[in-house]
Design a protein. Sequence first.
Length: 260
Amino acid sequence: MGINMILVIDVGNTNMTLGVYDGQDLKATFRMTTKTPRTSDEYGVMITQLLKTKGIEASELEGSIVASVVPDVMHSLMGGLVRYTETKPMSVGPGVKTGIRIVTEDPRAIGADRIVDAVAAYEKYGGPVLVLDFGTATTYDLITEKGEFAAGITAPGIRISSEALWTQAAKLPNFEIRKPKSILAQETISSMQAGLVYGQIGQTEYIIRKVKEESKIPNIKVVATGGLGRLIADETESIDVYDSSLTLDGLRMIYDKNRR
């Protein structure tokens, strides 16, 4: 292992994804649930233990960086990182150099995770690029050829939609999110799977088409990431690339741009 290892953490509404980079190599990834309240000591102990399972000592880390859409966890998480990894964690937010210019009406309202995805997609694939992140929400963000964050669309995520189905409709059960054998479903579970998965594919294709049409940029590269992104990317020609480590790569790139 090198001496310039860094810890990157993407705090989403449902899960926290952690990655360790040795230079540009992603050496290890971990996931933790976000919804459980934890103290800074609990974060510190859990993170150091997770690192140990991959043979990484917290003392080997040169630095850390966090992007979060959940303000409540930041105080304990940052405290835990300071105390247990002895790094000064960077936080993605105003004042951090990203190389992306946000030209929307309210730049401060753009979530840190979306900025991170935009940085990675623009650096890895160039612009214009449309970044789809299938997380708790499904987001579509347009980055222009000049690296400007020009527009963002937010839709309910696949999991939110499935939870709404089975919690709001008394007779409908909880079910696994996957593509059924046919859209011509003949029983409850596959009927819900068909509506959810094919509905998401249809939404994805339509939004991509409308973005290309209204932006008058027909040649946008479409890059997808996020937990359930592969399921959708495999089913449509509209998505050019599925990149599972896009957000973690973006955090590493932002860390490098702001290295003191």
